[in-house]
Design a protein around this ligand. Structure first.
Ligand SMILES: Nc1ncnc2c1ncn2[C@@H]1O[C@H](COP(=O)(O)OP(=O)(O)O)[C@@H](O)[C@H]1O
Ligand SMILES: [Mg+2]
Length: 319
């Protein structure tokens, strides 16, 4: 799957010259007799964004916690900033920013108070916190809200505060565990813009997500995780080129007749429940196929990472 013949994107090649921030091979993490992470190998070049994409329970949080030194691995080799997090957890943690699913904001304090408390956790001098805070609040569009009560913040503003807080200690890499889960789509875009700005400044990002659009929008490389295993890896473009044809006809209520019609058009046909997905490199061929009128609620669209996930695992990302 992650073959040696794979060519990194131009971006990743440039960044590879600066070395890998994370490099791991054969990582295993057991809970009882179940492996939450089951032999994962990957590499994250400095200054790139790596997305772990997979459904609930795939092992994304566990793997990111192992990489960040928050959970001990049961097997495999791991190097983060050239250190083993199992041996030097505090040194690794000191260079990381975290955006976890539980935001642990202090409701008793206002927005700026939460930033200051975080700075003191990291042993930052108060003057350094005061100096950095305005820049970070501006980056996340939170300027002018210093005195806002935490309870008054929407879900999107809370997430932006958590990201601003994670950047306070000037980390070398930020780990984001499902940073936009539960947010409205338009709020999600605001956070994506902030993450793209960070990435453009050379920050290394590791994010977990079950939104294929999030991975497509942000990631230089995507690791497709399923049941603890990395089942596919590459840039979004590489994954698409390797695993699915360029366009797909999706139709509901598909019977044998519509399946046969799609095959007759030269498409690769997959059935998922009563939904038919017919893949073809030629969009016009799929549209001509739809025009024959044998499909119910047919839609033709470019293939995406959801299709890649289906192809690799036989299941949907949100299943
Ligand atoms: N602390 C824990 N104790 C026992 N099992 C756990 C623990 N954390 C995660 N798991 C199990 O490990 C698997 C992977 O979980 P997780 O890493 O949270 O997946 P994801 O983040 O992709 O949803 C799941 O089956 C989950 O139930
Ligand atoms: Mg998780």
């Amino acid at each position: 799957m992650s073959g040696t013949s794979e060519r990194p994107s131009v971006d990743a090649q440039g960044a590879a010259g600066r070395g890998a921030v994370v490099s791991c091979s054969g990582i295993v993490k057991q809970y009882g007799d179940r492996a939450a992470v089951d032999g994962v190998s990957l590499r994250i070049p400095a200054g790139t964004c790596y997305a772990l994409l997979g459904p609930n329970g795939a092992g994304k949080s566990t793997l990111s916690r192992v990489i960040g030194g928050m959970a001990r691995r049961d097997g495999g080799e791991l190097s983060v900033f050239g250190m083993d997090p199992a041996l030097r957890p505090s040194d690794v943690k000191a260079r990381l920013g975290w955006v976890m699913q539980e935001d642990a904001l202090d409701e008793e304090l206002d927005l700026a108070g939460n930033m200051r408390v975080w700075g003191s956790f990291f042993g930052m001098p108060r003057s350094a916190v005061e100096e950095r805070m305005p820049k970070l609040l501006a980056l996340l569009g939170l300027e002018g809200r210093e005195k806002a009560a935490i309870q008054s913040l929407s879900g999107g503003l809370r997430r932006r505060l958590v990201l601003a807080r994670a950047l306070l200690s000037d980390p070398s890499m930020v780990l984001l565990d499902e940073p936009t889960t539960g947010l409205d789509p338009q709020v999600r875009h605001v956070l994506w813009s902030a993450l793209r700005a960070l990435r453009a400044e050379g920050m290394t990002l590791l994010l977990t997500t079950h939104y294929m659009e999030e991975a497509e929008q942000l990631a230089d490389r995507v690791g497709v995780l399923d049941r603890g295993k990395l089942v596919g890896e590459g840039s979004p473009q590489e994954l698409l080129a390797r695993h699915v044809r360029r366009f797909v006809l999706v139709a509901a209520g598909a019977g044998a007749e519509s399946e046969a019609a799609a095959r007759a058009c030269g498409a690769d046909v997959r059935k998922h429940g009563d939904v038919i997905a017919a893949y073809h490199d030629d969009e016009a061929a799929l549209r001509a196929c739809v025009a024959q009128g044998r499909f119910v609620r047919a839609q033709v669209r470019p293939s995406n990472l959801e299709d890649v996930f289906l192809e690799l695992t036989g299941r949907a990302l949100d299943a």
